[in-house]
Design a protein around this ligand. Structure first.
Ligand SMILES: [Zn+2]
Length: 495
């Protein structure tokens, strides 16, 4: 590749995706030239079609030139910032992008999200190469196909980067990673580069919200809906109303919210947001196990879902009915206690412990709203949470069970890749350095299976799936034994 040809080809991408015109070519080429520290374009370039080119290869080449010219150093953040600046040329300004999105939407909602999703991948806002490193598979369990992802996509920080972050000036702009002020933000040592980031504006019941994709997505078209104002997560009647409004706007997407209490919530409780996408997880496919009726809302169908966590599914064609019914169930749950099962709505000092993880989807003409009942109490026996993965499972998963896990997709930490390699060696009786905390589990595996080189991978994967099912059972407030089922039934009978 020559510098001139690369800049020429990159400009071809910019014109196509960034809504520039051929007349802008010289201007764009000169801007790119300056950004990578070059002064002249020499050779005559050949026009290639974008189908024959890989834009990320072009980007890598340009970054290499910039490094050689000392425009950037070897640090992760300088590279990331220049990448985002270059990819910004492939990205229309917010106003144009929003207008194009609306135009596609008028044709068909899928076309609008297809357009924005493709753009977000092409301009490297969604880190497709990093995501490809994840290990992902699904395993059959009594609750359907559970999905497992070992997350290897988040950039590893080298010691230099960690030191640079430590010394970086603290700033409160943008207030958080989900604030709209990130749109176009150049980034700094301790805040990611967002020059190529765009947000679709939408009106949700009179409030301004945004739609963007997740840069390190865990599933197909993993998107984020965020409030325009930086305000804490709250589950309320308005949440249910907004979730149903979102699936009315995007009937091909599901959307859910993390719970609004620590232990049972997600990692960002400081900015009101939801996560959605075009994916069907095991919970969405799980059937109703026990139907029941809500006497106050006869038009709404209700039932307990066959799932390791405690889920009430409401469905019906009328969104307003569903919002009212969901709010009714939610308020009943916030007050419900069953001390015998360690389920307690409030501490003695009045601190509330009950909330829900709600997930909405369209199913034909019907709206569906799943309310996953959550309780964040801790006890002497379970200091991390009574309804949180228990300690015997921490060798695989000890993080919070948030929205994504609740639905049946386990996000497991990267440490498991080297650790499970040692577990496999141990199972095959090869020299190994198995971690002590995997030993009990590995010995059980050995006892219960005839393990050889051919089946060791399958057995370990299946057992990780079984552990994930148990993780979800630990997070379930009404256990699936007779006592738990009776209590769940008596709770829904009060509704
Ligand atoms: Zn924020």
């Amino acid at each position: 590749m020559s510098i001139s040809q690369t800049i020429y080809d990159f400009t071809t991408f910019a014109i196509h995706y960034g809504e520039w015109m051929e007349m802008d070519r010289l201007y764009l080429q000169n801007r790119l030239l300056a950004l990578v520290g070059e002064e002249t374009l020499e050779s005559e370039s050949v026009k290639h079609s974008i189908e024959d080119l890989n834009v990320l290869d072009l980007l890598d080449f340009l970054i290499g030139i910039a490094k050689k010219n000392n425009v950037i150093d070897n640090s992760f953040s300088q590279k990331e910032q220049l990448e985002a600046k270059l990819m910004d040329f492939l990205t229309p300004p917010p106003s144009i992008l929003n207008a194009l999105f609306a135009q596609h939407y008028d044709d068909q909602p899928e076309k609008a999200t297809d357009y924005f999703y493709t753009l977000s991948k092409t301009n490297d806002y969604i880190k497709t190469r990093a995501i490809a490193k994840n290990i992902a598979y699904s395993v059959p369990t009594e609750y359907g196909q559970l999905e497992i992802t070992i997350n290897l996509s988040k950039p590893e920080k080298d010691p230099k980067q960690i030191a640079a972050e430590k010394n970086a000036k603290q700033s409160h702009y943008p207030s958080c990673l989900l604030c709209m002020e990130n749109e176009g933000y150049a980034g700094r040592t301790n805040h990611p580069a967002r020059t190529n980031h765009r947000i679709i504006r939408m009106n949700l019941n009179g409030e301004s919200w945004g739609l963007q994709y997740s840069p390190y997505s865990y599933y197909n078209e993993h998107c984020i809906f965020l409030a325009e104002t930086h305000r804490p997560m709250v589950i309320s009647q308005e949440t249910f109303r907004r979730l149903l409004a979102i699936v009315a706007i995007f009937p091909h997407y599901f959307v859910g919210s993390n719970a609004d209490l620590p232990i049972v919530g997600g990692s960002i409780l400081s900015h009101d947001h939801y996560q959605g996408g075009r994916a069907d997880f095991a919970m969405a496919n799980a059937p109703i196990e026990t139907p029941f009726t809500l006497s106050v809302f006869p038009a709404v169908q209700a039932g307990i879902v066959k799932w390791p966590m405690s889920v009430i599914r409401l469905s019906g064609p009328n969104a307003n009915d569903l919002v009212a019914a969901a709010d009714y169930v939610f308020n009943a749950w916030k007050q419900y206690s069953c001390p015998e099962l360690d389920i307690n709505a409030y501490s003695e000092d009045g601190t509330p412990h009950h909330t829900v993880t709600p997930i909405a989807r369209k199913n034909g003409e019907n709206f569906e709203l799943d309310l996953v009942l959550r309780d964040n109490n801790i006890s002497e026996d379970f200091p991390e949470g009574i309804f949180h993965p228990h300690r015997d499972l921490h060798h695989i998963k000890k993080e919070n069970i948030g929205l994504i896990e609740v639905m049946g997709l386990a996000i497991l930490p990267p440490r498991l890749v080297p650790e499970l390699a040692e577990v496999k060696k141990y199972l095959l009786e090869q020299p190994n350095t198995i971690a002590a905390y995997h030993l009990d589990w590995a010995n059980d595996l050995k006892k219960n299976n005839l393990i050889n080189k051919e089946n060791v991978e399958t057995i370990v994967r299946q057992e990780i799936g079984n552990i994930f099912a148990r993780v979800l059972e630990d997070a379930g407030v009404f256990k699936r034994d007779q006592k738990g089922r009776n209590a769940f039934t008596s709770f829904v009978n009060t509704l």
